[in-house]
Design a protein around this ligand. Structure first.
Ligand code: EPZ
Length: 408
């Protein structure tokens, strides 16, 4: 296990370029299993989670090569096997193997899927979607004699279940209709990929219609990571510095930029560049994380240290109601809070150095942000949880003046 050693209290200044989005890359990489021939995917970040996804594809017989940020996946020799439980347990995106494996081999297994454990993470909607398209469940095994089009009505807009539904529907015989779908931008990226491989997909506000096809040779360019962009903008706020993030998906960041403006910041946007300087008159701010286009749940742990460093505020999360365990780690940094059902009040606090263990990916990033603000040395154990989702974080932060080291 690695650890971060951070000597904080330095104002960060300069430019940080945003890498490809983790949550856009993972569905496309795993969906490529259902695509015949070679798929070419560019802008794939080199992070823990994408490396595990590529390992899973290799286990299933795909030939995977990476050149820079471009990944080529050839599935001519792909063959069904039960994937390595160890790899599956490392990332949440391994759930996409339900759809991809059923689509390609007519068989999949329900295993102990991994990812951040901040909440109960059910998969009932993934299984419901598979059944609606003709899969059977026999204990841990799922199988089908051939997926066929069907009607799927989700009771909540699950990102993962929508992704699985799309992957299966794109290879099924006939037309499928998906309602109550998640409209996160990475769902749209997956649709573009499946269309490039031959699926026919149309979208209205209420439903997605998919006509399946024999998919081959998909292409994709992964969009910039809005969570990474938001995290580095938060680093400017935390250190009283001035940062410009480049390659930022400006449109996707709207709710976050509104939040920063409510804090008292004046983010300046030009094309894919967003700049942020010191906040001179901070204001008490409330935010509610909810499905896209509302404020993203993955940026709610990033908001907490900012609220603490400024005038305080209140966070509510309607997606993951108990995603507040990370506040226990932030308490070591002097950040005072009070949790309530589906939210927390964050009090203005003096942030001090601490030694903590990263609770999960975004909670770990909240610890990194706190350490950057605290005068003195902090140590954050289990840095690997953060490296799962942030490419070259050490190099990127050092380049703008941070004293941060990743130590084995
Ligand atoms: C994705 O998780 C992301 N993960 C998460 O990001 C993100 O927090 C989440 O979407 C919400 O935006 C990846 O993309 C790999 P969901 P996912 O299914 O797909 C309920 C990060 O930090 N639900 O949209 O697992 C569930 O309980 C990670 O990068 C069911 O009830 O989330 C939750 O309340 C952490 N039954 C809501 O839906 C199901 O079968 C949304 O979950 C599935 C979900």
């Amino acid at each position: 296990m690695k650890k971060f050693v951070i000597r904080g209290g330095r104002a960060l200044r300069g430019e940080v370029s945003v890498s490809g989005s983790k949550n856009a890359a993972l569905p496309i990489l795993l969906a490529a299993l259902s695509v015949f021939g070679t798929s070419v995917i560019s802008g794939v970040p080199k992070i823990g989670d994408t490396e595990v996804a590529l390992e899973l594809l290799r286990d299933l017989g795909a030939t995977v090569t990476r050149q820079g940020d471009t990944v080529r996946i050839n599935t001519d020799s792909a063959a069904f096997c039960v994937p390595s439980c160890e790899a599956v347990a490392k990332i949440r995106a391994s759930t996409y193997l339900i759809g991809a494996s059923l689509a390609r081999f007519g068989e999949a297994h329900i295993l102990k899927f991994g990812g951040c454990g901040f909440c109960e993470r059910p998969i009932d909607l993934h299984i419901y979607a598979a059944k609606a398209l003709g899969a059977r469940v026999e204990g841990e095994r799922m199988c089908t004699d051939g997926l066929r089009g069907g009607e799927i009505n989700f009771r909540v807009p699950s990102v993962g279940a929508t992704i699985n539904a799309l992957i299966m529907a794109a290879s099924a015989v006939g037309e499928s209709v998906i309602r109550g779908y998640a409209r996160e931008p990475h769902v749209l990226s997956l649709i573009d990929f499946l269309v490039s491989a031959g699926a026919k997909i149309s979208l209205t506000e209420h439903e997605i219609r998919v006509t399946g096809s024999h998919l081959s040779s998909g292409v994709a360019q992964i969009r910039g990571d809005m969570i990474e962009a938001g995290s580095y903008l938060a680093a400017a706020v935390m250190t009283g510095g001035e940062l410009t993030v480049t390659g930022a998906p400006r449109g996707e960041l709207s709710a976050y930029l509104d939040f920063l403006a409510a804090l008292g910041a004046a983010p300046a946007c030009r094309g894919d560049r967003v700049s942020l300087g010191r906040i001179k008159s901070p204001r008490y701010t409330t935010l509610t994380a909810a499905p896209y286009p509302a404020y993203p749940t993955d940026l709610q742990p990033i908001a907490a240290p900012m609220l603490a460093a400024l005038a305080g505020g209140k966070i509510t999360d309607t997606v993951w109601e108990s995603r507040f365990g990370y506040l226990d780690a932030l308490e070591s940094f002097g950040i005072r809070s009070h949790k309530f059902h589906s939210g927390a009040e964050i009090y203005p606090s003096k942030i001090i150095p601490a030694t903590v263990t990263s609770p999960d990916l975004r909670g770990g990033m909240a610890c990194v942000l706190s350490a950057l603000a605290a005068d003195g040395e902090s140590v954050i154990y289990a840095a690997d949880t953060v490296l799962r989702g942030y490419e070259s974080i050490e190099e990127k932060l050092r380049a703008v003046g941070a004293d941060i080291r990743v130590v084995d």
